[in-house]
Design a protein around this ligand. Structure first.
Ligand code: 6PG
Length: 243
């Protein structure tokens, strides 16, 4: 694993650096294999990046967009990660509808929808039930509690090692989420972190030793590149690491 840690001056500088890195990774993937597969983070932090990507001139027909996690709500609910990304980015570019792969949240139950999405991933990547596909890019955030995607402290989702997608649990509310092994099979994982409220979680995540069950983002150790791109408010106490 190659780890890069960059602390940018403010949110605007963070967005610009994110745009530079993500565009570069998208273009490299397309040169290498003809398409790029990117899984989006939810929450609020990535919105500025998504709005910036929407202004880029990219070969949208070669880009396939997935989500790394989703709240278990309808796609028109204000809490929906899919809705945020569509409004900030996907509705503003000419990406084919077939290239957008939202997590289902309207099936029989969350566990069934998790299997449905897992099957969609297996069919898209043409992998068997026991193989983990390699996303080109997975974007992630962290919560103040050091969760990432919908992998929350002390939950069963942290123990799932033989599935691509599982059911997360936030204070009893179901989520659909990538599993730790799926995330760790990505070619490039990029954490997007901003705001002073994330400092305590970052201290635990970056500590030389610690309890990953309590601080789940510690589990994210991808085979490929691990990028941490932060604003100063969040990352001022961290030691930058260059590529
Ligand atoms: C979600 C996210 C989650 C998010 C963090 C940070 O569905 O909420 O996937 O993991 O990345 O909670 O959220 P903010 O960017 O809003 O701080």
């Amino acid at each position: 694993m190659k780890k890069i840690v960059e602390v940018l001056a403010d949110r605007e500088a963070l967005t610009q650096r994110l745009l530079e890195v993500v565009q570069s990774k998208i273009q490299a993937a397309i040169i290498k294999q003809g398409i790029c597969t990117i899984a989006l983070a939810g929450g609020s932090t990535p919105k500025a990046l998504y709005e910036a990507i929407a202004t880029c001139d990219l070969p949208w027909e070669k880009i396939h967009v997935f989500w790394g996690d989703e709240r278990y709500v309808p796609p028109d609910c204000p809490d929906s990660n899919q809705l945020m990304a569509r409004q900030a980015w996907l509705d503003r570019v000419t990406i084919p509808a077939a290239n957008i792969h939202p997590m289902p949240t309207g099936g029989i139950d969350p566990a069934t929808d998790a299997v449905t999405y897992e099957t969609e991933l297996q069919e898209f990547f043409k992998v068997s039930a026991v193989k983990f596909p390699n996303f080109d890019i997975i974007l992630l955030g962290i919560g103040d509690d050091a969760h990432t995607a919908s992998l929350f402290p002390g939950t069963e989702a942290l123990q799932v090692s033989d599935r691509l997608v599982t059911v997360g649990n936030k204070d009893g509310q179901p989520r659909i989420t990538f599993t730790i092994p799926l995330i760790n099979h990505a070619h490039c994982v990029i954490f997007i972190v901003a705001g002073a409220s994330k400092k305590p979680a970052l201290a635990q995540i970056f500590a030389p030793t610690g309890d990953a069950i309590a601080y789940p983002a510690r589990f994210i150790q991808p085979n490929g590149e691990l990028w941490w791109l932060l604003d100063t408010a969040a990352g001022e106490d961290l030691q930058p690491q260059t590529a």
